[in-house]
Every structure is written in C-alpha cells, then in structure tokens.
Ligand binder design. Structure first.
Ligand code: ADP
Length: 269
C-alpha cells in the first residue's frame, strides 16, 4: 500500500471494513493509477463486492455497481431516451455516469449480461478509454479516475457463460477465494458481533461443507452465509435453527443432502 499518496488515503477512515487476503489492495491501486481495468474471479459471497467498495472509498472515487443479469443490455449500462411529460430526454446509464464523472464502475457477474455489453466494454478497456454512444452521437472520453472493474464466478459450469479470451485479455485479473480460517473467523466476528470462539466452530463447519462442493452441493457455503448464521446466533437464535436457515437450506433443496449436512453439524458441535 502506498501511504505516501494523499489521493489514495482520502476516505480511508470511512472505507467499509475489508480484510485483505493477499496483495489485492496494492493490485487495485496499481490498476487504478495506470488506467487498467480489473477482473475479479471467485465464488459468490467471498468478499469481491466488499473489496471494491472498500477500494473505491480509499481512493475517494464514487462507485457505480451493476448486478448483471441475463437480460441486462448495453442500453441499460449506457442510457436511453425516456419520455418525460411529452418530451424525450436522454438519461445516462450507470456506465456513462461513471465515465463522465471519473468514477469506478463495478459490473458484478459480468458474464450474465447480454453479448452486446462486451462490445461496449472493448473501447473502454484499451488505451483509448472511450465510450461511443450511438443514440446521441457522442463519443465520451473517460474522465480521469474512471476505472472499470468486473467480476465473475468461474465455478458455475456453464460453457456458454464464460468470458471470451478477447474480452478477458483486456483486464488485469485476480482470483478470490474464501479467506484462510483465522481470517474468516475475524471477519465473521467483526461483521456479526458474535464472540470469536463461537465463530470459529461455524467457520470450521463451513470448511467441511465446502469440501462437499461438486459432490452433493453446487457451491460451497459463502462467507456471507456464515456471517448470516453468526448474526442470527448473536441475536439469540438457537444454534441449530440458525445453521439450518442460513447454512443448510440455502445450499440444497434435497432432503437427503440436507440430512447429510445435518450429520456434519452434529459431528462438529
Ligand atoms: P461477493 O461480491 O464475492 O459475492 P461480498 O463482497 O458481498 O461477496 O461478501 C459477502 C460478505 O462477506 C460481505 O458483505 C462482508 O460482510 C463479508 N466479507 C467477505 N470477505 C471479507 C473480507 N475479506 N473483509 C471483510 N468482509 C468480508
């Protein structure tokens, strides 16, 4: 981390809590300073979104986050003409706003979006840093401070939903995973308010569930779900009930699988 630069530390005190797992903060800063886009790969709920909001606050940049879905089109990102009291007015989408303001634009689960989105991203991710807006005839040059960050989950085994090499190779990339046990315990304790030693058993349980990924369950339990469980327990919910609602039901609909997970709970506690 570069403590010398005043811009980098602006807003640091108010930045949302984020515990680094490696040198991802330094990588983000380097990408920001050199105008390079960044791609974050990793399972759901492992801290990617929190990381981006933490870094945006540290860098003192506004942040536009877009949760991509299969119906999200380029127009949703760029903007569209809207009818307002009989007039047609142009309304910028989140990407255009970020480009104009020099903000950070975070496209969460970018592979979910429609194909026309990648076409828009290409001229923004090379050294031209431009956003052509066909509808208005404008070509915007990204304001200083603009940064594009995208994430995707390579774990979803959907061959149709992966990034094309021509798109991937425009981004610096970093892989995220669930934090090592001690760190995850500290994160869960901090976020939920539950004592560390009680969080420790929940994180141990999460580790056992994650080992089943690809066999009985599609995705391992996320840090987010461990935090939910700990939050419910801290609020006074009995342990088994909290684990069932936040760590078992969200993982599987299958009764046999749920029973298998319950057996692991009994073995851990
Ligand atoms: P993702 O974007 O990868 O799906 P999130 O960033 O939403 O996941 O993470 C889920 C929650 O887990 C966050 O709201 C935060 O409470 C917690 N979390 C995960 N990793 C960290 C970390 N390294 N530092 C702080 N909080 C974390």
């Amino acid at each position: 981390m570069n403590m010398q630069s005043p811009t980098l530390d602006k807003g640091a005190a108010d930045a949302p809590f984020y515990m680094p797992q490696g040198s991802e903060c330094e990588l983000f800063e380097a990408a920001y300073e050199t105008n390079m886009p960044l791609l974050l790969k990793g399972p759901t709920g492992c801290g990617k979104t929190r990381f981006v909001s933490h870094m945006a606050a540290r860098l003192g940049r506004p942040l536009y986050t877009v949760a991509c879905h299969d119906d999200l089109s380029a127009a949703d990102l760029i903007g569209r003409y809207l009818l307002k009291g009989g007039d047609t007015v142009w309304a910028d989408g989140p990407l255009t706003r970020a480009v104009r303001e020099g903000a950070i634009c975070y496209l969460d689960e970018v592979v979910e979006a429609r194909k026309d989105v990648t076409v828009v991203l290409h001229p923004l991710t090379d050294d031209r840093r431009i956003l052509p807006i066909d509808r208005t005839g404008e070509t915007l040059e990204a304001a200083p401070g603009f940064m594009l960050v995208a994430s995707y989950n390579p774990g979803y085994q959907n061959i149709l939903k992966t990034l094309k090499p021509s798109t991937r190779q425009r981004f610096l990339s970093a892989t995220f995973d669930f934090p090592p046990m001690d760190q995850e315990v500290a994160i869960v304790a901090q976020e939920s308010g539950l004592e560390s030693d009680r969080c420790q058993n929940l994180v141990r349980l999460a580790g056992k569930f994650r080992a089943l990924k690809g066999q009985d369950i599609e995705e391992g339990v996320s840090t987010r779900l461990v935090i939910y469980t700990a939050t419910l327990i801290a609020k006074g919910m009995p342990l088994e009930q909290a684990i069932h609602a936040a760590m078992i039901e969200p993982l599987s609909d299958d009764e046999d699988v749920q029973q298998g997970l319950n057996d692991i709970v009994t073995a851990v506690f």
